[in-house]
Each structure stands twice: as C-alpha cells, then as structure tokens.
Design a protein around this ligand. Structure first.
Ligand code: ATP
Length: 235
C-alpha cells in the first residue's frame, strides 16, 4: 500500500538516498536495516515529507504523496515515531498522548483510544500527570509509541525504537511491536538491532550508503551470510 520508487535525497552536496525502491504491503512488518548513516532515517523522513526528494515517487494506496505536507500525511494515516523519541518534555504524559490526536475531533473515540493505550502501557497510566521529561528512557519510548497510535495510523513508521534501551526493555519494545502488528497495523521499522528486527519482520531491506543492496523475507536475510557478517556481528 506504501510504495517508494527510485527515491533520491540530497542534504546539500551529500547524496543520502541514491534511488531507493521499496514497498510496504498492508498488515506486514517491513524493516530497513543498515549501518549508521546508510540513509534509514532519511527514508522515513522523506515519506513523512520532512525532507524533499529531488527525484522519485512515493505513493500511498496509489495516490502520489511525494509533495504532500507532513500534517496531511498524518491525516492520510502515515505516522512516524521519530528517533530519540521527541516527546514534549514540559507537558504531562496525558498532554503528550493528546497531542497525537491533533488531527481528530471524535472526542469519544479519543477517550477510548487513551484507555487502550493505558492498557497497553500501564506505566503511562500511573504517570499520567507527570512531566514527560522526567520519565525514564524506556517510558519515553512507550509514550512516543502511544502518542503515535493516537492518530490511528494505518502505517506506523518507527525509527530505532530500541535505541539506548536496556536489554529487557528492548525485548519489551519488540513485544509491543508484535502486539500492535497483531491488531492489524502495518509497520515500517528501522533498527540498528538488525537481528531482532529481521526476526519480527515479514520482509527486510538492507541499506548501504544510500542504496538497497539486499532484500528478502526477514528470516532469510537473518540467515544470509553476507548480512550476518556485515550487520549481525557474526561470521
Ligand atoms: P543512523 O542509524 O545513524 O541514524 P541512518 O541510516 O538513519 O543512520 P541518515 O540519518 O538517514 O542515516 O543519514 C544518511 C546520510 O545523510 C548520512 O551521511 C548523514 O550524515 C546525512 N545527513 C542526515 N541528515 C542530514 C542533515 N540534516 N544535513 C546534512 N546531512 C545529513
């Protein structure tokens, strides 16, 4: 349902994406793995219109959204959980969650969704009135995911959700990804933790300095010798 064709992005003189073609089918988890600076975040930022590609096309359900504004992309159902969480530190947990519903005006639906998010993340319920900046790293990540879910996305894009988290919390984040997916969500996941990402993903793309160098079903990529050597730290 989300398609990217021959996408090029430049940051000044840096050619960050050199013609990326990929697809995210409905109700699947697709992952993009690769080293630092490969262009993973840039791909998500281009889909969200946070950077403008110089060439290429992004379509959603067949509609060209390459030049659509970020807020309208959210309204169409594509939401990004950015790297580094980017929560509003001075606002409370509840206020942050409410921010995710900015494009909605169905009060009852919003209330129900807040309850659903509290069921998924009981920690957030306990800390409803706490300033978000005082949450732990893991709690902030939960909040960023919860806030993104408030826009009722059709596609949830997650940029390094496990970054900087202790191993137990990394497991918890992947458990949540699977839970969200089992509720019918389509997910585009970026991870440095390639092993875990390829295990949960239906399909994966390996990005290297702005090019897709390998692709295939997640488990196949995880078993691929080249991938193991380069990205999974195994010979
Ligand atoms: P990481 O895992 O480190 O976040 P990434 O694969 O997500 O890496 P990107 O953040 O997409 O990589 O960066 C791709 C390239 O574009 C890098 O060489 C990076 O230095 C460059 N780049 C990213 N953002 C900017 C920017 N705002 N200005 C200039 N160059 C940038």
């Amino acid at each position: 349902m989300l398609k990217i064709e021959d996408l090029h992005v430049y940051y000044g003189g840096i050619h960050a994406l050199k013609g990326i073609t990929m697809e995210v089918p409905e109700n699947k988890i697709v992952t993009l793995v690769g080293a630092n600076g490969a262009g993973k975040s840039t791909t998500l930022r281009a889909i969200s219109s946070l950077v403008q590609p110089t060439q290429g096309k992004i379509t959603f359900h067949g509609e060209d959204i390459t030049k659509t504004k970020t807020a309208d992309i959210v309204k169409k159902g594509i939401t990004l959980v950015p790297e580094g969480r980017r929560i509003f530190a001075n606002l409370t947990v509840l206020e942050n969650i409410n921010m995710g519903a900015f494009a909605r005006n169905d009060k009852d639906g919003i209330k129900k969704d807040i309850q659903r998010i509290y069921e998924m993340f009981p920690r957030l319920k306990e800390r409803e009135w706490q300033a978000a900046g005082t949450l732990s790293g893991g709690e902030q990540q939960m909040l960023a995911i919860g806030r993104a879910l408030m826009s009722r996305p059709a596609v949830l894009m997650m940029d390094e959700p496990s970054l900087g988290l202790a191993p137990l919390l990394v497991k918890e984040v992947f458990r949540i990804i699977k839970e969200i997916y089992s509720q019918g969500m389509t997910i585009l996941l970026i991870e440095q933790n390639a092993t875990a990402a390829l295990q949960v993903a239906d399909y994966g793309y390996v990005l290297e300095t702005g090019n897709i160098v390998l692709q295939g079903p997640g488990k196949e990529l995880a078993a691929n010798d080249e991938v193991k050597r380069a990205y999974l730290g195994k010979a």
